[in-house]
Design a protein around this ligand. Structure first.
Ligand code: SAH
Length: 455
């Protein structure tokens, strides 16, 4: 290890920054964020520096500027000045950093991920600041915004827990359970009051809480379209209930040792009836498991997510719902078909084309309105019926329309045509589900806007 990493308390201390340009702005800002006072020595200051709350000495650097300083940073493009600052500071044992000159530094500045009071610092010891920044960006997604709040929350209860659980090893287990369990979850989603009540109860009774259910939208297929929260809960769950719409690469991203239960769902042969799925969720949660109910797209859009949590709610089981990118949104983006557009559509409707008694029970008048995009979920079987009904109710047979197979995945296939010929085009193509139908003038934009063309 070339550098010893520490976190300095600079509150109320004065630090010296030599230089008045852009780099000085960046360094000064970080110092101010950590509560330091900053003295800037530079004949001139750039606009941004002038806006910051600093003490400015409009002169050239002199040794005496280091009097009473806690640390010093040289951020000029004049090597001689940088060397002078470095040498003078070292002589007085004041930690010094010279931007982009590791040889002149007694300390280096890391790339910072600030989730105060949680702070993560990345350093390559000056070898490659860009690499440190890239790594920091990666961790940004791993450590959600709420972790700062979680650390602050834990701090508030530290003494109380210490008083109640004397043994350090027991205390460590206690906190591990808290950070892995429901209390932390409640803090992360912003329900701090509830979290507090649960923690108090946990401290008093000293017994674990029951399980919980995460109803998570997995998006339309491409794993890159998962949300940070979805991913976090996928890594946490003990049991995963999934169906056909959840792509294999996404399922692979759930915790390795989690039990995976297929509760499949195809249009006509449900592998497990909805009622049984609801019951299973309840049973697993009552056993104390963290249950992940993973659904394609968004759980609240043609996903029966509402029914599942109704059951949980009636049984007093904790749950949270994580939205996902719904098929209409993901598929249209990847197919180059904007759902609204000033010239083509001012509104957009999502409907399900699921057949009941071989016909679709839809509000055709409303669907056949001009300047509107209609997205049909589960509509392939009824595509003939759908297209002819829309024409019957007034849309021109020349209205552009598309069918997209397995959108956002490597198997994406987009077929375009018109209301007049889409059914025929689709029949000839032998598509594999899931497929989405998009009807409206916006489909004509695809020729210009298509960007994702897997072979
Ligand atoms: N909750 C899901 C929809 C479930 S209904 C969501 O918000 O997306 C299932 C229907 O969604 C399928 O029949 C199909 O019409 C559509 N669908 C889901 N994923 C799709 C994909 N990757 N490509 C095309 N259609 C898709």
């Amino acid at each position: 290890m070339d550098f010893f990493p520490i976190f300095l308390n600079l509150k109320g201390k004065t630090c010296l920054v030599v230089g008045g340009g852009e780099v000085a702005v960046r360094k000064t800002s970080v110092l101010l964020q950590s509560g330091a006072k900053v003295k800037v020595v530079s004949p001139e200051l750039c606009m941004e520096l002038r806006k910051l709350e600093i003490e400015h000495l409009p002169e050239k650097f002199a040794d005496t500027h280091l009097d009473g300083m806690t640390l010093a940073i040289a951020a000029t493009d004049d090597r001689a000045v940088n060397v002078a600052v470095s040498e003078a500071a070292k002589q007085r044992n004041i930690p010094v950093n010279v931007v982009d000159n590791p040889d002149l530094c007694s300390f280096v500045m890391p790339s910072i991920l600030d989730r105060s009071p949680l702070v993560v610092a990345f350093s390559t010891g000056g070898a490659s600041p860009v690499l440190a920044r890239l790594l920091r960006a990666r961790f940004e997604s791993l450590i959600p915004e709420g972790y700062g709040r979680l650390a602050a929350f834990a701090a508030r209860f530290r003494d109380k827990v210490k008083a109640k659980i004397a043994k350090p090893s027991e205390r460590r287990l206690f906190w591990e359970e808290i950070f892995e369990g429901r209390v932390a979850e409640e803090v992360l989603i912003g329900n701090e009051k509830k979290a507090e009540a649960l923690l108090e109860e946990r401290i008093e009774k000293n017994e674990s809480h029951r399980g919980e259910v995460y109803l998570v939208g997995a998006g339309p297929g491409d794993p890159d379209l998962l949300t940070f929260r979805a991913l976090r809960l996928m890594h946490k769950a003990d049991v995963v209930l999934y169906d056909n719409l959840v792509s294999k690469p996404i399922l692979e991203m759930t915790r390795r040792d989690a039990a995976r239960i297929y509760v499949g769902k195809k249009k006509s042969d449900h592998a497990m009836p909805q009622e049984e799925i609801n019951e299973l969720l309840v049973r697993l949660a009552l056993e104390g498991k963290r249950v992940l109910r993973l659904k394609g797209g968004d759980p609240f859009i043609f996903g029966r997510g509402g029914e599942e949590i109704e059951k949980l709610s009636s049984r007093g089981i904790a749950f949270q719902v994580v939205p996902g990118i719904t098929a209409a949104s993901g598929v249209s983006s990847y197919a180059g078909i904007p759902l609204t557009h000033r010239d083509h559509a001012q509104s957009c409707v999502f409907v399900t084309g699921h057949l009941k008694d071989n016909s679709m029970d839809l509000d055709w008048e409303m669907l056949a309105r001009p300047r509107q995009t209609v997205v049909v979920y589960m509509g392939l079987t009824g595509i003939d019926f759908l297209c002819s009904k829309l024409v019957e109710h007034g849309l021109p047979a020349s209205t552009p329309a598309a069918v997209v197979q397995q959108g956002t995945t490597r198997n994406q296939k987009v077929l375009t045509g018109t209301l007049g010929n889409l059914a025929e085009v689709t029949r000839a193509a032998k598509l594999t589900p899931p497929t989405l139908i998009i009807v409206g003038g916006v489909v004509s934009l695809r020729e210009k806007l298509s960007w994702f063309e897997p072979d």
